[in-house]
Design a protein around this ligand. Structure first.
Ligand SMILES: NC(=O)c1ccc[n+]([C@@H]2O[C@H](COP(=O)([O-])OP(=O)(O)OC[C@H]3O[C@@H](n4cnc5c(N)ncnc54)[C@H](OP(=O)(O)O)[C@@H]3O)[C@@H](O)[C@H]2O)c1
Length: 335
């Protein structure tokens, strides 16, 4: 009798990063339990069309704030990937409800549901946001996996996303060690690349779209640790299959600031306007992904990453209309 394919669950499977991971897992022979908050929402229909989905993909309704929905989805799986987190570009009205609870309590529920369903391995999708805000990190040293965002500083500057991702990741690693759950975290930089559906445009893609189109909003000229969505999906599977437990992995390319990125993009694609309203800020993000590369991660280069992201937007007709920069990236954020 043929052996059963390995079975894993992916939370928030309709999202930008998660959907590419689902596609990759199916192509590698995994059987996938994919959770979405609303299986009947047409924006999630594309999941059922993925190659191999008819045999190996099962959709589950689950909200990370509803523990029982998670245990139903995890039952029978050996592993779980947890990317489900709201990535909100708009101004937050209630950060606790909109970001903190789904990220931190949501991750707590995922951890407990993993323990309750005998999950052997969990990969938590954290973010470079959980390692970017350490005021004591030496300026001349690349940030590596020993760097954690300072939670007090996150609160002071009201960087709720950074705070939520930091708290969730810290708690996850602690829970894993205390409960013997094989757990690894991945910290992607700013993710660009093609979307598998265009019904919903993710926040990180909207920001990239604005860099290409330009418009009324001012951006701060920060360093961006970019990464291609395919390389994130590859990294997630790589750490699932190969990493030792309780490790964090930064997943980003070499960085450049927005102005230099625009110079590079313009040299490859001269016909766009590009963002011209930028303000220099004293804030450098310099990460190293050497640890992930030593594990075998081979990301595409920066130029290919940028070109692929732009060409997708072009083909999808997403560079025709004027656009706004998502609120959270704006310097003129009062508007
Ligand atoms: N994109 C980036 O640049 C970037 C960088 C670093 C880290 N990350 C991390 O990567 C992960 C995925 O990000 P993404 O860019 O792919 O975002 P995305 O496209 O907005 O996907 C987020 C997913 O989370 C789901 N979700 C939100 N709240 C939920 C809840 N209460 N219960 C269940 N699912 C919920 C959403 O489901 P609905 O469709 O139902 O809303 C959506 O499928 C996140 O953990 C994010 O922090 C992203």
């Amino acid at each position: 009798m043929a052996s059963q394919p390995p079975r894993v669950c992916v939370t928030g499977a309709g999202g930008f990063v998660a959907s590419w991971l689902v596609k990759l897992l199916l192509s590698r022979g995994y059987s996938v339990h994919a959770t979405v908050r609303d299986p009947n929402d047409p924006k999630n229909a594309f999941l059922k069309q993925l190659d191999g989905a008819s045999e190996n993909l099962k959709l589950f309704q689950a909200d990370v704030l509803e523990y029982d929905t998670l245990t139903s989805a995890f039952a029978g799986c050996q592993g779980v990937f947890h990317p489900a987190t709201p990535v909100i570009g708009d101004k937050l009205v209630d950060p606790e409800k909109e970001i903190m609870a789904p990220t931190v309590k949501g991750t707590r529920n995922v951890l407990e549901a993993c323990s309750a369903t005998n999950i052997q391995k969990l990969v938590v999708v954290s973010s470079a946001a959980a390692a970017c805000l350490d005021p004591n990190w030496p300026e001349d040293r690349l940030k590596d996996e020993t760097c954690w965002s300072d939670k007090q500083m996150c609160k002071e500057i009201e960087s709720w996303y950074c705070l939520a991702k930091t708290e969730a990741e810290e708690m996850a690693l602690e829970h894993g060690q205390e409960n013997g759950l094989h757990l690894v975290t991945l910290l992607p930089g700013h993710v660009v690349g093609p979307l598998l559906q265009t019904a919903v445009i993710s926040t990180s893609i909207k920001a990239f779209q604005y860099i290409i189109k330009g418009g009324p909003d001012t951006m701060n000229n920060k360093f961006w640790p970019l990464v291609h969505v395919h390389d994130v999906a590859d990294a997630l599977l790589l750490v699932y299959e190969n990493a030792e437990p309780y490790q964090r992995y930064i997943c980003a390319l070499e960085q450049m600031d927005i102005k230099d990125m625009v110079v590079l993009l313009r040299s490859m694609f001269p016909s766009y306007d590009y963002v011209d309203k930028t303000v220099d800020v004293d804030y450098k993000l310099n990460f190293t992904a050497d640890k992930l590369k030593k594990l075998g991660w081979k990301p595409r280069g920066l130029e290919e990453t940028l070109a692929d992201g732009l060409q997708f937007l072009e083909k999808a007709g997403l560079l025709r209309e004027p656009c706004r920069l998502p609120y959270i990236y704006r310097m003129n954020a009062e508007e």
